[in-house]
Design a binder for this molecule. Structure first.
Ligand SMILES: Cc1cc2nc3c(=O)[nH]c(=O)nc-3n(C[C@H](O)[C@H](O)[C@H](O)COP(=O)(O)OP(=O)(O)OC[C@H]3O[C@@H](n4cnc5c(N)ncnc54)[C@H](O)[C@@H]3O)c2cc1C
Ligand code: FES
Length: 283
C-alpha cells in the first residue's frame, strides 16, 4: 500500500511540513502519538510525531527537520508523490485531562509535537501557557498556530531577535517564581533542552513531562532499540512512551545512545549526496 502526499511546505530553513492521506490513522490519532514512515522499499524507517490530524480530510501532518539522509530525501517529495509505508498511530497518547494550568514548552522543531497537545489541553478546559523558542526569529515555527490554542504565549530566541533573549527554560523559571500556579509542565525539544528544563522545574516539585526521541526501529516494543532508563527502570520509548516523567529520565544515557550510529549516519548522507547530488529519490 502506498500513501499519497497531499501537501508539502517549507516552514523555515531545513524544517518542512508534509500532509499525508491516511484516513485510518487520522480517525484514531491522539496528541502525543507518532508515525513511522518509509519512503520506499529499501528506505530506512524514521519516526515523526503527529503534528496535526484531520478526520474529515483523512490526513496526518508531520513536521520534520532535515538531519540526515532520509529527511533530506523527504525534501524532494511533492504533492502527488507517495510514501511506501506510513504506520501509526504509535506510542501511548498523552494523558490529557483537566488539571488547571498547563505550561507547554517547545524548542526548535519540538514546537510541532507541542502544538496538538496544547490544543488538546485547552479543549480539556485547562489554562494553557505556551513558551516556544528557536535559535532566531527566522527559525521559529507555528507561532500563529500556537497563539490560537494558548491562553498566553511567550517567545524566546537564543539571539534575542524575537521575544525573550535567551532560552525557553528562563521563562519557565520566571513563571515558577511568580504567583502563577502551574499544575503540569510539558517540555519537548532537543534532548539537552529537555534535560536542562527538567533541572529547572525539579526544585519546584511541579509534575514535568518530556517526550523522548531515542533511536527507534520497529516502534512496536519488539526490537529494544529505543530503550531508555526512567526511574532506574528500562522502558521502551515506543510503547511505554514517548512521554515520561522528566524527574526519572537518564538523559545522559539517552544522549549517548543517540550518537551510537553517528559514523553510519554520516556515511549514509555522504554516499547519498555523492550518488545523486541530493536531488533524486535513488539510494
Ligand atoms: C518518537 C519520535 C518522534 C520524533 N518526531 C520528530 C518530529 O516530529 N520532527 C522531527 O524533525 N524529528 C522527529 N524525530 C527525530 C527523527 O526521527 C530523526 O530526525 C530522523 O530519524 C533522522 O533521520 P535521517 O536519516 O534524516 O538522519 P540520520 O543521519 O539517520 O540521523 C540524524 C540524527 O537523527 C536521529 N535519528 C536517526 N535515526 C533515528 C531513528 N530511527 N529514530 C529516532 N531518531 C533518529 C539521531 O539523533 C541522529 O543523530 C522523532 C524521533 C522519535 C523517536
Ligand atoms: S523501537 Fe523497537 S522496541 Fe521501541
Amino acid at each position: 500500500m502506498s500513501y499519497n502526499i497531499l501537501e508539502t511546505r517549507n516552514l523555515v530553513p531545513d524544517v518542512n511540513l508534509m500532509k499525508v492521506e491516511a484516513p485510518d490513522i487520522a480517525k484514531v490519532a491522539k496528541a502525543g502519538q507518532f508515525v513511522i514512515l518509509r519512503i520506499d522499499e529499501s528506505g530506512e524507517r524514521i519516526p515523526l510525531t503527529i503534528a496535526d490530524f484531520d478526520v474529515d480530510e483523512g490526513s496526518i501532518t508531520v513536521i520534520y527537520q532535515v538531519m540526515g539522509k532520509t529527511t533530506k530525501q523527504l525534501t524532494i517529495l511533492k504533492k502527488g508523490d507517495t510514501l511506501q509505508d506510513f504506520v501509526g498511530p504509535l506510542g501511548t497518547p498523552s494523558d490529557i485531562r483537566k488539571l488547571g494550568t498547563v505550561v507547554m514548552v517547545g524548542g526548535g522543531v519540538g514546537v510541532a509535537p507541542v502544538y496538538p497537545q496544547a490544543r488538546a489541553y485547552r479543549e480539556a478546559g485547562n489554562h494553557v501557557i505556551s513558551i516556544i523558542g528557536a535559535r532566531n526569529e527566522e527559525m521559529l515555527i507555528l507561532e500563529d498556530e500556537m497563539a490560537e490554542v494558548s491562553d498566553e504565549l511567550y517567545v524566546a530566541t537564543d539571539d534575542g531577535s524575537k521575544g525573550h533573549h535567551g532560552f525557553v527554560t528562563d521563562i519557565v523559571k520566571d513563571i515558577l517564581d511568580s504567583d502563577q500556579q502551574a499544575d503540569r509542565i510539558v517540555i519537548i525539544g532537543p534532548p539537552i533542552m529537555m534535560k536542562v528544563g527538567a533541572g529547572v522545574t525539579a526544585p519546584y516539585g511541579v509534575e514535568t513531562l518530556v517526550s523522548l526521541n531515542p533511536i527507534m526501529i520497529d516502534g512496536t516494543g519488539m526490537c529494544g532499540g529505543c530503550r531508555v532508563s526512567v526511574g532506574g527502570e528500562t522502558k521502551f520509548a515506543c510503547v511505554d512512551g514517548p512521554e515520561f516523567d522528566a524527574s526519572g529520565v537518564d538523559f545522559d544515557l539517552m544522549m549517548s545512545r543517540l550518537s551510537l550510529y553517528r559514523p553510519q549516519e554520516k556515511e549514509a548522507l555522504e554516499s547519498y549526496n555523492k550518488k545523486c547530488g541530493g536531488d533524486c529519490k535513488c539510494h
